[in-house]
Design a protein around this ligand. Structure first.
Ligand code: FEO
Length: 163
């Protein structure tokens, strides 16, 4: 389970890296709103990784950081960016499902309980990209960019600490 969680920590950091690349490419294409949307994704993915890091430390497990795969630096257009984001999230959903199956098979119910947050989060992750794609199909890019500019970051609830 420890190895599998370490792989997921890496996968979440890879997601962060991918979305940072998309944010930078959008900024380069003068789409500040889309850049903002993906920049928030980059922050959220770091939160996802941190939740697993904190969980492993709390359980006395050893977090091992490994190299992060290279990601593309350029997309043809915003459609391609969001299509890639959706394919990526579907892949992460599958990884989380496999982690949950492993935790269940090992009788590791504490990990299964922690993973429940990720299972729910993946539903939202996929939905937000699907929503962005349908909005994108309905309007000119400059209006879409204005909508994407409105997104605000808020830290993932499992990381929020009481004072
Ligand atoms: Fe960490 Fe976008 O899933």
């Amino acid at each position: 389970m420890q190895n599998a969680l370490n792989k997921q920590i890496n996968a979440e950091l890879l997601s962060a890296y991918l979305y940072l690349a998309m944010s930078l490419d959008a900024e380069n294409k003068a789409l500040k709103g889309v850049a903002n949307w993906f920049f928030i994704q980059w922050l959220e993915e770091q939160d996802h990784s941190r939740i697993l890091q904190e969980y492993m430390n709390a359980r006395g497990a050893k977090v091992k950081l490994s190299p992060i795969e290279a990601v593309p630096n350029e997309w043809n257009d915003v459609f391609e960016m969001f299509d890639d984001a959706l394919a990526h999230e579907e892949n992460v959903t599958e990884m989380i499902k496999n982690l949950a199956l492993l935790a269940r098979n090992e009788g590791d119910f504490a990990t299964l309980s922690r993973l429940q947050w990720f299972i729910d989060e993946q539903v939202e992750e996929e939905q937000s990209v699907i929503d962005a794609l349908s909005t994108l199909r309905e309007m000119p890019i400059y209006l879409f960019d204005q909508i994407m500019a409105k997104r605000k970051y808020s830290q993932a609830p499992p990381l929020k600490k009481e004072d």
